[in-house]
Structures are given as structure tokens and as C-alpha cells.
Design a protein around this ligand. Structure first.
Ligand SMILES: C[S@@+](CC[C@H](N)C(=O)[O-])C[C@H]1O[C@@H](n2cnc3c(N)ncnc32)[C@H](O)[C@@H]1O
Length: 231
């Protein structure tokens, strides 16, 4: 199995990430053209952490997103279902505990965290609303749920250029750098297939999250959605 398809069967997705784990972060930096650190900083801001807050970083991969949260003072648990991604994170000394978990069935009690977040992961989950429901369940009333995900650029001419980049340039770059360039065809297809900002806001509201807001980053290449768990 070299790449998943838009059905996103959990076994296929986990196997694909196992296969790209070693070069995932390098390829991420290149594909995002140096923007990824800024996106992570803004994701951490959206969590509005207080010292010692317990944070679930879901679909944490190699733990790069989790490390940004830990640096800001969060007591973070990094959860993922790709053992390969987590092993690579451990090998590199990511300063966070890793837990094997499927986003759709989290192994945590209700109200265990002050906040839960998922960066560039929700798009890969077979049933994303099930993951949002689980994130909402494990966060205490009044806590925050934040999703950082690729989205739809708001300016149509830029959107057209970006789509060409995704479908043509990105796989070409990946074939030189990544361990499995076919995974980056999946990346492009899954981004283009993903709901836009208002649709994702609707999913947040559908699982009962309140005060739901989003903001576009880099012209809407990425969007940050945030909701508050009902009290
Ligand atoms: C693109 S990586 C993101 C890693 C990290 N959050 C970051 O920002 O670099 C996506 C991760 O989602 C994980 N993932 C996808 N579906 C999942 C699921 N149902 N449960 C847990 N992890 C999942 C994959 O294993 C992969 O490590």
C-alpha cells in the first residue's frame, strides 16, 4: 500500500503515514514553503493556554505540532494511530508522551482535557465528524477545540494557481524529496476534496460546539477553526 485514496480506510491511511514518517517533516517544510511554523504558532495562540493546561494533540504524527504546544506551557498528550510516525517522533526526542489512538474512538475519559486540537489530521480521518465529537467529549465544559487544516483560498485567481501547484508542482517536488511521492498525490486530492471554511464551521456546530469561529491563514490555504465546549 503506497497511498490512501479518498475513502480514507484507517488501515490504508495509517500504513501510508508509516511509510512517509522519516521524511514527513522535511517534506512538510518544503511543501508549505516555510509557512508551517507560522501556522503552528497561530494554532497554539487559538488554544489560549493557561499554565499547566492539559491538551490533547490528536493525529500528532511525529509530534512536531505537540512540541509547539509544550513549548507554550501546555501539558500535552500526542495521540496518533500511525506507529511509524510516533516512532520517528520518539527517535528524534520529541518532548511529549505519545499514545496510540484512533481519533474516532479516543481512549480517554470524558472531560479529561482543557483543550483538544488536530493539525493537518482531520482531513485524513475516515469519519471526521466522529473525531470532532470525540474531541468535544474528552474536553471539559468551557474548554477549546481547535482544528488547523488545509482549506479553500478565498481569492479565486489565487485559488486557480494554488490548485495547479497542488496537482502538478507538488508531486514533482515530492518525487525528489519524499520517500513515497504517491502519498503527495493523495495530499493534493484530499485537500481539493475537503469542505470549505463555512462547511467545517457547520460540522463544529453539528457536534454541539459553541462560539464557533474560523480565520484564514495564508489567504485560506489553511484555516483555523475554534469552538468552545458547551457548559
Ligand atoms: C499530516 S499528519 C499531521 C501530523 C502533525 N499533527 C503535524 O501537524 O505535523 C496526519 C496524521 O494524522 C494521523 N491520522 C489520520 N487518521 C487518524 C485517525 N483516525 N486516528 C489517529 N490518527 C490519525 C496520521 O497517522 C498522521 O500521522
Amino acid at each position: 500500500m503506497s497511498r490512501a485514496d479518498l475513502e480514507k480506510k484507517p488501515y490504508d491511511v495509517a500504513t501510508m503515514f508509516d511509510g512517509i514518517a522519516k521524511r514527513y517533516d522535511l517534506m512538510n517544510d518544503v511543501a508549505a514553503m516555510g509557512q508551517v511554523d507560522m501556522w503552528r504558532e497561530l494554532m497554539v495562540d487559538a488554544l489560549e493556554l493557561r499554565e499547566g493546561d492539559r491538551v490533547l494533540d490528536l493525529a500528532a504524527g511525529t509530534g512536531t505540532s505537540s512540541a509547539a504546544i509544550a513549548k507554550a506551557g501546555g501539558r500535552v498528550v500526542a495521540a496518533d494511530f500511525s506507529l511509524g510516525m510516533m516512532a520517528e517522533g520518539r527517535r528524534r526526542g520529541a518532548p511529549v508522551p505519545f499514545v496510540g489512538a484512533d481519533a474516532q474512538h479516543l481512549p480517554f475519559a470524558d472531560d479529561s482535557f482543557d483543550a483538544a486540537t488536530i493539525s493537518f489530521g482531520l482531513r485524513n480521518v475516515h469519519e471526521p465528524t466522529a473525531a470532532l465529537r470525540e474531541m468535544t467529549r474528552v474536553v471539559r465544559p468551557g474548554g477549546r477545540v481547535v482544528v488547523c487544516e488545509f482549506s479553500t483560498p478565498s481569492w479565486a485567481p489565487f485559488r486557480a494557481v494554488y490548485e495547479k501547484y497542488l496537482l502538478r508542482a507538488l508531486p514533482a517536488v515530492a518525487s525528489r524529496i519524499a520517500s513515497n511521492s504517491e502519498a503527495y498525490e493523495y495530499l493534493a486530492e484530499s485537500i481539493l476534496d475537503w469542505p470549505d471554511q463555512p462547511a467545517l464551521r457547520g460540522w463544529f456546530q453539528g457536534v454541539g460546539l459553541e462560539q464557533v469561529r474560523y480565520r484564514n491563514l495564508s489567504g485560506g490555504i489553511v484555516a483555523l477553526h475554534r469552538g468552545i465546549v458547551a457548559t
